[in-house]
Design a protein around this ligand. Structure first.
Ligand code: HEC
Length: 152
């Protein structure tokens, strides 16, 4: 299982009666920081895929390696119950996450699979990198459409 201890951690989070403000719950800032690091790598690959940045095999491979490893970060303590946007301020995590945990976990799994595919091809030329990049972008988007609130 790629999502070790996810449900157990949620139960623990509930038992600890988490505070009502995002600032007091570091998991929210930490998971947002994780996504910022995704973008740090996803952005350069997207720039190359769209022709805004010249393709550079070494840079593409480094970014894809980073993204692969970032998507291996265990999520079990990043999504405690009570940290949804209906319960606290400062997060765009829709409450639907906690009502559809299996699907949320599966969507993370899809990202992990796509990031692995991209890692295998990113340094192999622009066309190969583009083909690997598409499924990664789709996996980000699929989860955001279901589980991330619109930016306010
Ligand atoms: C399984 C679901 C899921 C996947 C896959 C996913 N995201 Fe997200 N993302 C979220 C959720 C939920 C939030 C809102 C988190 C919060 O505000 O607490 C978010 C927030 C973000 C943010 C805003 C972070 C901030 O500063 O507040 C960015 C940027 C982002 N995601 C980029 C990405 C990129 C790029 C990918 C793909 C490489 C990706 N996400 C894949 C669910 C996902």
């Amino acid at each position: 299982m790629k999502f070790h201890g996810f449900l157990g951690a949620l139960a623990l989070g509930a038992a600890l009666a988490l505070p009502a403000f995002a600032d007091e719950n570091p998991a929210i800032e930490q998971r947002q920081g994780q996504f910022k690091l995704y973008v740090h790598n996803f952005g350069v690959l997207g720039g190359m895929a769209q022709g805004r940045i010249d393709y550079d095999a070494d840079l593409a491979q480094i970014a894809a390696d980073n993204l692969f490893h970032l998507t291996r970060h265990d999520q079990s303590r990043l999504w405690p119950e009570g940290t949804d946007s209906a319960s606290v301020t400062g997060t765009r995590a829709n409450p639907a996450i906690w009502e559809n945990l299996d699907d949320f976990v599966a969507k993370f799994g899809a990202l992990q699979g796509a990031a692995e595919g991209l890692q295998q091809v990113a340094g192999g030329g622009l066309d190969a990198m583009r083909a690997g990049f598409g499924p990664v972008g789709q996996s980000c988007q699929a989860c955001h459409e279901s589980y991330r609130d619109e930016a306010s």
